[in-house]
Design a protein around this ligand. Structure first.
Ligand SMILES: [Cu+2]
Length: 266
């Protein structure tokens, strides 16, 4: 009997000591900086070896009929324009190329870590149109939304993989600053006040993207030598979006060409 009591006491003592030790350890752990929450260090890239991918995005077939935008519901919007306004989704450049094509490294750069740039990407609302119509931003980079209009806008990105939000911006209000946490190509963005307003935002973990302009060309710069899949996205023909891709191998200091040709969806 006595032996059993002594044994039980020993067990209780051991258990108590163990619990005290555990709680102390927990305290120590809590005081340490949480290493898992710090951002991973950017991958060093040898700038003397980087190459680029460049090309032209052409349009083939019958051009989509320009879709005229009627802004009559808001006189402030109408006043900003001297002539008719057409939807940018269906625009084809005079040289037969496409503007507003988002060209980007779709795969091949996963092993690199990039810090988002500290400077924001600006999206303006001007004449009740988004400027630019198509833009890229990096995960964690600030998207700064400004307004040049004397009317209230309500910006509303409609993502599949990021958090959805909408925010009103009255004339003269402070810029709206938002970040995206996940890669997503593309996020259609609308204005809840003016149903014709449309922008498309491409969110990437890398800085490897470009948007074609009035000559239909693009250049994705700063690529470390390697194998890449280049994606090209366009809203031509109603804004639903079409994508194409091509594989390219970029050698040290090399410039590779990847041209794309899109048709209007039938
Ligand atoms: Cu608006």
């Amino acid at each position: 009997m006595k032996k059993r009591i002594i044994l039980s006491l020993a067990v209780v003592t051991a258990l108590t000591l163990f619990l005290v030790a555990c709680s102390k350890k927990a305290e120590e752990t809590a005081e340490q900086p949480a290493e898992t929450t710090t951002a991973p260090q950017p991958t060093p890239i040898d700038q003397s070896t980087v190459g680029e991918v460049t090309g032209k995005v052409s349009f083939e077939g019958a051009k989509p009929k320009p879709h005229r935008i009627m802004m009559d519901q808001d006189p402030v919007c109408v006043q900003k324009h001297s002539g008719p306004v057409f939807a940018e989704d269906d625009e084809v450049n005079s040289n037969g190329t496409l503007p507003n094509v988002f060209v980007y490294v779709k795969s091949g750069a996963e092993k690199y870590v990039f810090a988002p740039p500290s400077e924001p990407v600006t999206l303006d609302q001007d004449g009740c149109m988004y400027k630019p119509h198509v833009l890229g931003v990096m995960v964690g980079q600030t998207l700064k939304i400004i307004s040049s209009d004397a009317t209230t806008h309500n910006i509303h990105p409609m993502p599949m993989d990021n958090r959805e939000w909408n925010m009103s911006q009255a004339p003269g209000a402070a810029p709206i600053e938002q970040k995206f946490t996940r890669e997503e190509v593309m996020i259609p963005t609308k204005c809840n006040q003016h149903p014709w307003m449309r922008a498309y935002i491409g969110v990437l973990k890398t800085p490897f993207y470009a948007v074609t302009g009035s000559d239909g060309t693009y250049t994705v710069k700063g690529l470390p030598p390697g194998d890449y899949t280049i994606g090209a996205w366009t809203a031509i023909g109603g804004g639903k979006g079409q994508t194409q891709e091509q594989n390219v191998t970029v050698g040290a200091k090399e410039t590779k060409t990847a041209d794309f040709t899109f048709k209007a969806p039938s």
